[in-house]
Design a protein around this ligand. Structure first.
Ligand code: FE
Ligand code: FE
Length: 191
């Protein structure tokens, strides 16, 4: 694995300024959540750094790279280009950033869709991506920000409900993993 300094140097070249700021916000938020939930802080920070490593690659090129590397795309990934960077990112984290830790790779892989029964690191990256300090304020964000430190499963349900609602309004195909995650996390909500 590359050291953290090298990974950051590499990311600076791959990401635009705005995405780099978001990335650092996710990494620090993930580190704080790791402290709360007893996860390795360095691992959470690193997963945060890498989660969007493929995000600034041109959309067409993202599809071309998936083809080139033999990464199979689901119907929803074919239909919704904003999902592809997660799959490609997990691949690049392994092949280009030389990360072998499967925990980190799966956190990158599922950061956009979520899935049912997520690992704690997957949960942490999923919520950190949604609440990091640079996120533009949306309804209910302050509540979710507080909730992630109290009941991360209930927070995940709220986030899934918001993102799936948004996708439905925009008539996008909902990824099966997100749908399953929504059904799964519904039982953790109290309201
Ligand atoms: Fe992302
Ligand atoms: Fe992100």
């Amino acid at each position: 694995m590359m050291n953290e300094k090298k990974i950051k140097e590499q990311l600076e070249k791959q990401l635009d300024k705005k995405r780099m700021e978001h990335t650092e916000g996710v990494a620090y938020t993930a580190a704080a959540l790791a402290m709360r939930y007893g996860v390795d802080v360095d691992k959470a920070y690193l997963a945060g750094l890498l989660h969007d490593c493929a995000k600034c690659i041109d959309k067409k090129k993202q599809y071309a790279l998936c083809e080139k590397y033999g990464l199979e795309l689901s119907e929803s990934e074919k239909d919704n280009s904003s999902l592809v960077h997660a799959k490609l990112g997990a691949f690049l984290a392994k092949e280009k950033y030389c990360v072998e830790d499967e925990d980190i790779l799966s956190a990158v892989l599922y950061h956009t869709t979520g899935r049912e029964n997520m690992t704690m690191l997957e949960k942490i990256i999923f919520v950190a991506d949604y609440v990091e300090p640079g996120r533009k304020p949306i309804t209910g964000l302050d509540e979710i920000r507080a909730l992630i430190f109290i009941d991360i499963d209930a927070a995940i349900y709220r986030i899934l409900r918001n993102t799936i609602g948004f996708l439905e309004e925009n008539e996008k195909t909902i990824d099966a993993r997100s749908r399953n995650a929504l059904l799964y996390y519904e039982k953790f909500t109290k309201n």
